[in-house]
Design a protein around this ligand. Sequence first.
Ligand code: CA
Length: 413
Amino acid sequence: MNRRTLLQATLGLCALPVASFAQSPSPAARLRIVAEPYFTTWFDAFYARALAAGAQPDLLDRELAGLAADPRVAALDSMQPEFARPVSDYIRGVTNEGRIAIGRARRGTVTAFGAIEQTYGVPRDILMGIWAMESGFGAQQGDMDILRSLATLAAAGRRRVWAEGELIAALRILGAGEISRSRLKGSWAGAMGQTQMLPSTYLDAAVDGDGDGKRDIWTSAPDALASAAHLLAKAGWRRGEDWAREVILPADFDFGLSEGPQLAPSAWKAKGVTRADRRVWSEADGAAACTLLLPCGAGGPAFLALPNHFVIRRYNNSLAYALGVGLLADRFGGGGPLVTPWPHETALSLSDRMAAQTALARQGFSPGQPDGVIGLGTRQALRAWQKAHGLPADGYLSPAMIQRLKGQTLTPS
Ligand code: CA
């Protein structure tokens, strides 16, 4: 007879109340976490996982006591806008003339840029582009409690493994004494400071850019910008190479080559693809493998993207984001607007986007699970479908293309 059974026998009680009476309180109860059961259940399991991951109990107890879910984070996480913002709209918004003027004025004020460029090989204008896109040059960093935001996301469950990993990384930052809890602020999605780095990215890539011995991406612009440069360098930034150039396509061009082969500029030129600014490629750029991008299909500007374009996507894996950073960089450095203007696109509804994906799948051109997100898989499937139907295969989902796809579904061939 073990001690608990003996105790139960002695007291003449049934197993359940004695067991809960005899056990020490759960971490959630001990740390006075008053929340819905889903949150306390998650918390107790997380506490054990954090200990197993090497977190110190006193650190967990100090930083997590009284933790509560943040309803604002839960609401933002579950929000799925009905209409996706078209790329052209997005680019016009992020590369507005006011922001370009601020960037041009600010780029000369960061004296650390010389050392940052020398150490990491990333041009200041690319870093200025990231700084502008991530926080409006440090002005909008987000003031949400990072631990609380990540705990809310982890407890909600949709991205639990990811959010718990970031939560443990945030606890490690606090445990190392790099910043106080009251200053560990950022976006609802866990991105922190002037260059909006996740806690794990901070641990991995943040550096001291101003020489004071601390990594402070919140209040030190040189620290934030050097950290972004370090991240891009680690992701494979190619020193001395461009990110992309606008190009002009010949009249009879095969649009199916977009997001396809990676060819040197000379090979693209043999297909009639020429630089919009009519300049010659530098030696380094001329040897690079370039991908053709048509963000708005055949009816908008075209770009040859160099490998560095895809390195920018390591910061945020979005074609539109990386274009925004690069185009801002060009304008900060004194460049003019594009030769081919951005068209005015129609916003597509979620139901239309999903209907298009379902129609493609039904006709044997699988874009992956229909989720309403028009990513590379959907564009590739659409290109194949367009090719099979004798249409220009630009992979661009326009309202007219959606109607065609839907019509094909209703009338099986
Ligand atoms: Ca510093």
